[in-house]
Design a protein around this ligand. Sequence first.
Ligand SMILES: CC1=C(CCC(=O)O)c2cc3nc(cc4[nH]c(cc5[nH]c(cc1n2)c(C)c5CCC(=O)O)c(CCC(=O)O)c4C)C(CCC(=O)O)=C3C
Ligand SMILES: [Fe+2]
Length: 379
Amino acid sequence: MLCEGGVPIGSPALVACGGFRGSHRVRPGCAGVFARRDDGAVSFDALLFLSFGGPEGPEEVRPFLENVTRGRGVPPERLDEVAEHYLHFGGVSPINRLNQDIMAALRSELDAQGRDLPVYFGNRNWHPMVEDTVARMSADGVRRALVFATSAWGGYSGCKQYHEDIARARESVGEGAPELVKLRQFFDHPLFVEANADAVRAAFERLGERAGQARLVFTAHSIPLRAEEPVGPDGRGQWYSRQVAEAARLVAEQVGAETYDVVWQSRSGPPQVPWLEPDIVDHIEDLHAKGVDSVVVSPIGFVSDHLEVIWDLDNEAAEAAQERGMGFARAATAGTDPRFARMIVELIAEHTDGAPVRKLSEFPAAGSTANGEPCAPGC
Ligand SMILES: CC1=C(CCC(=O)O)c2cc3nc(cc4[nH]c(cc5[nH]c(cc1n2)c(C)c5CCC(=O)O)c(CCC(=O)O)c4C)C(CCC(=O)O)=C3C
Ligand SMILES: [Fe+2]
């Protein structure tokens, strides 16, 4: 059975279905914000922590990049350039270690709350690959699991592609594959917003005397404009960039910043293809030309200090600022904040306990479906 928007509600799992702040508006055809099994029981055997993956040594860089860009038309010159960034750090992306840290914090939080949910780790692009992890879950007897994907956003790369990963992994396991229910997008979760706001405050403090003259700049991964066209669960396009803008607005509001910018980074793809702009480095040059003294950069688009952050921001963007004598402070990502693990447990509790859907924006609570189903037709 499908509710409007393609969200399966006849599945044994709880599936978030268009919940809104406060009123939890329910779509026609939905049995409620959540659907429960007839016997009322909602249980999950495990959590799959699903992420991007990254190389662990120089010889893994190329094959990893081939996996990321397969069929995407990213020119080889761009791959050479990105390979250099990884090789700069010995071919080791920090992403795996950072994800292990988040999972350790999550384990502690689950234990503290007496939740004995086992946590499995799988990636889209590198080992442990999600296909292998789901096979192991199946062999361990996991029948039904929740999935936390390490992206806060809707859109293709941040949400739909994770649904595809889930579907592909289940398909590769075949019969008896566990049912996998993805947790929702969390860009507007109060704990995510608070963690980012505190990180921005701390970055302003690091600027010392220059803090008063600093401009707040939010950055997220650029995507091709074409990827912005499909409509999201609210029937409109630009789902990703509108969510980024909304998260930035919420963080800026919490820190009391009246002016701020939202810009993009880490563009790839052939130059003739339009992507979200402006680029952070161009933007810093522009701010300098306008007489701005300093910048505080918030990498709101990412949950941990992986390569796109430590290279594209701490190296390239920082250099662009310093070359011009501008003050530069990069805010921490939310993943290291203890509130991030607490947020994951809250997202879990939305399904296991019928806990309220806490969110600060009016966007529908989207991104949670079973077995890789799309959120909405065409989404
Ligand atoms: C929206 C978005 C997020 C945020 C949401 C989320 O977190 O999921 C994100 C995260 C990440 N992107 C990452 C790395 C890469 N992204 C690439 C390429 C691309 N990203 C895209 C988008 C996004 N990417 C797109 C549209 C492409 C073009 C190719 C394609 O259409 O798929 C490439 C290929 C080379 C290049 O072209 O740069 C690499 C190596 C890493 C890991 C870093 C590490 O290893 O530490 C992370 C967390
Ligand atoms: Fe990326």
